[in-house]
Ligand binder design. Structure first.
Ligand SMILES: [Mg+2]
Length: 406
């Protein structure tokens, strides 16, 4: 294949390991609400086991039943192979070669979308496994940490079905995030469009009113991002509203137009009074290349659980650096993916913030209960370097048993 992939970097010889099992778990919170626009109510967790007892855990952010099928579906021909079969018997330290093997072996059905999302869970589990086998944190295997702390931003959560309830819930969530120590936060303002909260259909002027209220609630010193979740049909319509948002000091505007509308993105990147951020749904470096070179976005947001895993996300980060763009990874999942995101950020100095769904603020029980990550939010709003082997995540296996539905 004419492109590079990444494998763990370390000195000395790797322990000889063979993959013996790839376990797939579809988890669903029993109180999930299908009308609630949050993919953190379910999870696809993969456990990779080896002949020496070392295991790795990974997760992806995509429909978990589909992801399980992507991993387990039998193969029928050379360009449509079974991912699980390709992994059994392989050396887990050859992460880059295994990624290429999976990418090529599923090329007729994959290359983008679901198969790449599912491969992200495999990749994440392999990095965790190799870290545990060597007794080293993942950031070390990615080339070594280039800084001692990173800064998370809190994702605020809305509530209610009326304008006032929605606005006030976001203001309350913002003030709570500030009291927890967060120096940066992102508010969604989506009361219309395909992601419209709870079926709301409010005017664009009211979106400005919510932004003004949230900014007032947190004061001028907090870094504030805005996610409008594909609200506008084109750049011109978007600009009619956001041209006046300069006074609110918005750090970035996330997904203002549809994800495939890269030429409209480029117009916004040139004309909007704040940087434009995209990338949460994208799979592989190839989609990010289009996003940055045609869409011209200033902030790229790879999600380690969708883009193809930690290795593919690192390649996207390197591409962004070469183009002078900022990285702010997307992550709306459990502590497994948040940890994968953090390890990536520790080797990426142009990663300004990582997305962080605070367990104290969120409704999603899988986020709160499935995994304890090593990441600690200090009073100055930063997270220090993790030191445990692998991703440094402790899984509560009783939670896996309780919420497993397939
Ligand atoms: Mg978003």
């Amino acid at each position: 294949m004419p492109f590079e992939t990444i494998s763990p970097k370390f000195s000395g010889t790797a322990p000889r390991l063979k993959i013996t099992e790839v376990e797939c778990h579809v988890l669903l919170a029993p109180d999930y609400d299908a009308s609630f626009t949050s993919s953190a109510q379910d999870s696809f967790v993969i456990v990779i086991r080896t002949d020496r007892g070392v295991t790795g855990v990974g997760e992806c952010d995509a429909n978990p039943w589909m992801a399980k099928t992507c991993i387990e579906a039998p193969g029928t021909h050379t360009m449509g192979l079974c991912i699980k079969e390709m992994l059994i018997g392989a050396d887990p330290f050859q992460i880059g070669d295994l990624w290429k093997k999976m990418y090529l072996g599923t090329a007729m059905n994959g290359r983008r979308g679901m198969i790449i999302h599912a491969m992200s869970a495999v990749d994440m589990a392999l990095w965790d496994l190799c870290g545990k086998a060597l007794g080293k944190p993942v950031h070390e295997l990615l080339g070594g940490a280039t800084r001692q702390h990173i800064t998370p931003y809190a994702s605020l959560q809305p509530a209610g079905h009326r304008f006032e309830e929605y606005r006030d819930a976001l203001c309350a969530s913002a003030q709570k995030a500030k009291s927890l120590g967060f120096k940066a936060m992102k508010t969604e303002i989506t009361m219309n469009g395909p992601y419209g909260h709870g079926g709301m259909r409010e005017s664009y002027e009211r979106h400005t009113e919510v932004l003004a209220a949230v900014r007032k609630a947190v004061g001028p010193d907090v870094t504030l991002m805005v996610d409008v979740q594909y609200l506008w049909k084109d750049a011109a319509t978007c600009l009619q509203t956001v041209k006046d948002w300069g006074e609110f000091n918005v750090y970035f505007l996330e997904t203002p137009v549809w994800s495939d509308n890269v030429r409209e993105m480029a117009k916004l990147a040139e004309q909007a009074p704040m940087p434009i951020a995209f990338g949460e749904w994208l799979a592989t470096r190839f989609e990010f290349e289009e996003l940055m070179d045609i869409g011209k976005v200033q902030v790229a947001q790879p999600d380690v659980g969708r883009v193809g895993g930690i290795g593919e996300a690192k390649i996207v980060c390197d591409m962004a650096k070469a183009r002078g763009r900022t990285i702010v990874p997307h992550c709306w999942k459990t502590g497994i993916s948040i940890s994968g995101t953090a390890h990536l950020a520790f080797v990426t100095n142009h990663c300004a913030y990582i997305e962080y769904l605070p367990p104290q603020l969120c409704h999603e029980r899988l986020r709160r209960e499935l995994a304890q990550e090593e990441l600690v939010l200090r009073p100055d709003g930063t997270i220090p370097l993790p030191i445990k082997p692998g991703l440094g995540v402790e899984i509560d296996w009783d939670v896996v048993k309780r919420y497993k539905v397939a």
